[in-house]
Write a protein that binds this ligand. Structure first.
Ligand SMILES: Cc1ncc(COP(=O)(O)O)c(C=O)c1O
Length: 390
């Protein structure tokens, strides 16, 4: 059976160029980048080159790039590394759990958090961030692109608010990296977290932009790695893979790949919306989609259960994600969709289609072929449709 993967926001496969770039650093160039002999120096050179590439990617100085294990670590570092008892923290209610759970933990240490809610479109209003500012606000953290809806947040405006009020600004750019033009100076942030596995690089490696002079305490400590900002023997192959993925991502923005990806996403979306009782999560009051990452659409389907549709599509060879998450065995509707004001049934009956940048028109055709039959079949069976489920 043909299989089509449309869950790129969960993770992406490594591009062949990334695998090739990494391969020597698992075998002949296996050295520890801290060793002074030649094996070590080869590894050090690879780390330095990776840092130069990432500095180009972020548009920052080499010394402002810190390699880490990915998005969760970057998000946690911003919060645990900058906030102290008595500080106030502003974030949004649609962030990834790496931010939300870290904020919850800081409550135990006397840090109060304001969770700014999005508008029904999924956009955060910068004025709501401004209204939340207090004299003791030390950090603002807002994501670049939402992982569930793809909605791109007005981070430049939020960056200006942070600059005007003297707060530090962290961006969780895990889902935006590789999908839009990237420039931390333009974004106006002090910290910015990215992760390789969301942009066709390996899992377990990421990087953080740390603006010079930002007093962020490291999460992990030992010796002198990463200018004392992140302890642990460098993951040399991972760093090489991240840098190669970032280089390819920069090309994809320049050579029209991302533009074509948006066109494919739009065709997929328009095709699915032909079905009655469907709509996009992430639209303005006139029903027009707000700015979104090129690869993502999140669609609600009335009168069915999203989890059943995910399973039905999986059986037809299509991998997508639902608008719900399994916490301790119970299926909870997505906190993002709920924060946007969807009711529980509609939030549960929403699906995220997120295309790989290697997606083809044939992939879209296949999905458009199987979705209508799966939806009609489930609607015929659904207790929601029959009105027997609250
Ligand atoms: C917006 C966002 N932030 C953070 C993360 C966590 O990144 P990682 O998987 O690299 O820890 C994810 C992963 O799903 C994400 O989508």
């Amino acid at each position: 059976m043909r299989r089509v993967y449309m869950d790129a926001n969960a993770t992406t496969p490594l591009l062949p160029e990334v695998v090739e770039a990494m391969r020597p650093y698992w075998t002949e160039h296996f050295g520890n980048a801290s060793s002074i002999h030649q094996h070590g120096q080869q590894a050090r050179t690879a780390v330095d080159r990776g840092r130069e590439t990432m500095a180009r990617f972020f548009n920052c100085h080499d010394a402002e790039v810190v390699f880490n294990s990915g998005g969760t670590e970057g998000d946690n570092t911003a919060i645990f590394g900058l906030l102290h008892p008595g500080d106030h923290f502003i974030t949004t209610s649609i962030e990834h759990s790496a931010i939300l759970e870290a904020a919850k933990r800081m409550a135990r240490f006397g840090v109060e958090t304001t969770f700014v809610a999005p508008q029904p479109s999924g956009l955060i209003d910068p004025n709501d961030i401004l209204r939340a500012i207090r004299p003791e606000t030390r950090l603002i953290s807002v994501m670049l692109a939402n992982n569930e809806t793809g909605v791109l947040q007005p981070i430049e405006e939020i960056g200006k608010i942070a600059a005007a009020t003297g707060a530090f600004f962290h961006i969780d750019a895990v889902q935006g990296a590789g999908k839009i033009e990237f420039d931390v100076r333009r974004f106006g942030c002090h910290l910015c977290s990215i992760s390789a596995h969301k942009m066709h690089g390996p899992k377990g490696i990421g990087a953080m932009f740390v603006r010079k002079g930002t007093p962020v305490d490291p999460l992990l400590v030992d010796g002198s790695h990463e200018r004392r900002q992140r302890a642990g023997t460098e993951n040399v192959a991972g760093i090489v893979g991240l840098a190669k993925a970032a280089e390819l991502a920069m090309h994809s923005l320049d050579d029209g790949t991302i533009y074509r990806l948006a066109q494919m996403r739009d065709r997929l979306e328009a095709g699915v919306l032909q079905l009655p009782g469907t709509g996009v999560n992430g639209v303005d009051p006139d029903g027009k989609p707000v700015p979104r990452a090129a690869n993502t659409t999140n669609i609600w389907f009335d009168n069915l259960e999203g989890e059943a549709l995910v399973i039905a599509l999986d059986m037809k060879g299509v991998s997508v994600s639902g608008g719900s998450a399994c916490h301790s065995g119970a299926t909870e509707p997505s906190h993002v969709l709920m924060a946007m004001g969807l009711d529980k049934n509609r939030a549960r009956a929403s699906l995220r289609f997120s295309l790989l940048k290697t997606a083809t028109d044939a992939n879209v055709d296949h999905v458009l072929q199987v979705v209508p039959a799966a939806v009609e079949h489930l609607r015929a069976l659904s207790p929601v449709a029959a009105g027997t489920l609250g």
